[in-house]
Design a protein around this ligand. Structure first.
Ligand SMILES: [Fe+2]
Ligand SMILES: [Fe+2]
Length: 273
């Protein structure tokens, strides 16, 4: 299944898009809904380094295999943010670092205390917390990858689709690492399975929920997964997550999509039928 860390070290790289025709966005811009998704994904990709802060205060920092992966993961995610920033720039939307700094400083006290809580929780839970983090990472990477696939398709824009396809290939390698780690660690610890199940069931929210406005996350879910095809994708993601030891039947992606509601056009057409 997949490939190992050594291969990933060889393959990890910054994303390239210089060869793509971004002039095409001037002739045929993305619509407002697709751009809103790109904005969301841009901000969240750039936030990866802050997620890394939270991971490293837990016992994850003591595992050289995990930290080697995280070093490359944060680097690749940065370039996903850069690439999406270039798409925004092609539409005349500023994506400066001042805006990112505002986002981070605006997160308030919850963001300030998170490293303390995670550090304390990690100290209490010990190495099992790494298994939880790997399961969490697997779910986040799989939903992110699916989100890019759905956005590429819905936008109907060949340049965006190609760019997102390149990002998705890297997300696939992240997903592979997290899944292998979670599977191996959870298979040998019933306690880690119980911890992962409980924390995911009660605390997991779609990627970006902690930093973006609630309405933005709901919009993203409605736009990408609110229709029949999207809901089918959510079911497939849940079924894939079921295969990780102890994670069967959580249905977290479907739950989030249902909570976000349907796209307005679909909701009104179903109400009339
Ligand atoms: Fe990414
Ligand atoms: Fe990723």
């Amino acid at each position: 299944m997949g490939f190992g860390l050594e291969t990933y070290k060889e393959r990890a790289s910054r994303l390239h898009w210089d060869d793509l025709d971004f002039e095409a966005f001037a002739e045929r811009p993305l619509d407002a809904d697709a751009l809103r998704c790109v904005r969301y994904m841009h901000d969240v990709e750039y936030h990866t380094i802050c997620y890394l802060r939270d991971l490293l205060v837990t016992p994850a920092h003591a595992d050289p295999e995990v930290t080697a992966f995280l070093s490359m993961w944060a680097f690749e995610e940065l370039w996903h943010g850069e690439a999406l920033g270039a798409v925004l720039a092609a539409h005349g939307i500023a994506d400066g670092t001042a805006q990112l700094a505002d986002l981070r400083t605006g997160l308030g006290w919850r963001d300030r205390v998170r490293p303390l809580l995670l550090g304390l929780g990690g100290w209490m839970a010990g190495r099992d917390v790494v298994a939880v983090e790997m399961a969490w990472g697997a779910l986040n990477e799989s939903t992110t990858q699916a989100g890019y696939s759905l956005l590429g398709r819905k936008s109907g824009h060949p340049v965006l689709k190609e760019l997102l396809g390149r990002i998705m290939r890297q997300e696939g390698r992240h997903l592979d690492f997290y899944t292998r780690q979670a599977t191996r660690r959870l298979a040998t610890s019933g306690r880690a399975q119980r911890l992962a199940r409980a924390s995911l069931r009660h605390l997991w929210k779609p990627v970006g929920s902690g930093i973006m406005a609630t309405e933005e996350t709901r919009f993203l879910l409605r736009y990408l997964m609110g229709d029949a095809g999207g809901r089918e994708t959510a079911r497939r993601l849940d079924a894939r997550f079921d295969r990780i030891p102890g994670m069967g039947g959580l249905g977290l992606v479907t739950r989030a999509v249902t909570a976000a509601g349907q796209p307005p056009a679909l909701a009104s057409s179903e109400a009339q039928s």
